[in-house]
Design a protein around this ligand. Structure first.
Ligand code: ATP
Length: 136
C-alpha cells in the first residue's frame, strides 16, 4: 500500500486539533503507521521545504513551523497521497471547501504565511523523501 507524510502543523497542535485531524484520517479508512511529536529545527525545515526556498512566504513559513511542536504521522492506505490532500483541502483556508480539514477548521489570520493546520506529501517521490526526513 501507499504511504504519505502528514504533518499537523503548530497551529493545529496549539489549537488542540490533533485528535480531530487524526480522527478524520482514520475515519476515511487510512492507517496510522507511526507518529511522533517533533520540535523541527531549521535544517529539517530547509530540507522539507527546499522547493519553496526564495519565495516570499518561505522565511515566515519556516519561522511558523519552528514556533511550536509538529506532529508527524506516517499514514498508509490505497491512494492515500491523493486522498489525504483531498481531505486536507486547498492551501487557503478561507476558500478551502467545507468538509475538508482546512475548510472546516482553518482560519485566515491575515498573516504572511497560511497557517493551514496540515501538510500532506504531494507525490510518491515527495512522500518517500519526506518520510525519510521526519522518520529517520
Ligand atoms: P502542504 O505542502 O503544506 O500540504 P500545499 O501543498 O497546500 O501545502 P504548498 O504550495 O506546498 O502548499 O506550500 C507549502 C505551505 O506554504 C502551505 O501549506 C502554506 O502554509 C504556505 N504557503 C504556500 N503558499 C503561500 C502563499 N501564497 N502565502 C502564504 N503562505 C503560503
Amino acid at each position: 500500500v501507499e504511504e504519505t507524510l502528514v504533518l499537523v502543523k503548530p497551529d493545529g497542535v496549539t489549537r488542540s486539533l490533533t485528535g480531530e485531524i487524526l480522527r478524520r484520517i482514520e475515519a476515511k479508512g487510512y492507517s496510522l503507521v507511526d507518529i511522533r511529536m517533533v520540535r523541527a529545527d531549521r535544517n529539517l525545515l530547509a530540507a522539507h521545504y527546499a522547493e519553496h526556498e526564495g519565495k516570499p512566504f518561505y522565511e515566515p513559513l519556516v519561522e511558523f513551523m519552528m514556533s511550536g511542536p509538529v506532529v508527524a504521522v506516517r499514514v498508509a492506505g490505497d491512494r492515500v497521497i491523493e486522498g489525504f490532500r483531498s481531505l486536507a483541502g486547498t492551501t487557503d483556508p478561507t476558500t478551502a471547501a467545507p468538509g475538508t480539514v482546512r475548510g472546516d477548521l482553518g482560519r485566515d489570520w491575515g498573516l504572511a504565511v497560511q497557517q493551514n493546520l496540515v501538510h500532506g506529501s504531494d507525490s510518491p517521490e515527495s512522500a518517500a523523501r519526506e518520510l525519510d526526513l521526519w522518520f529517520s
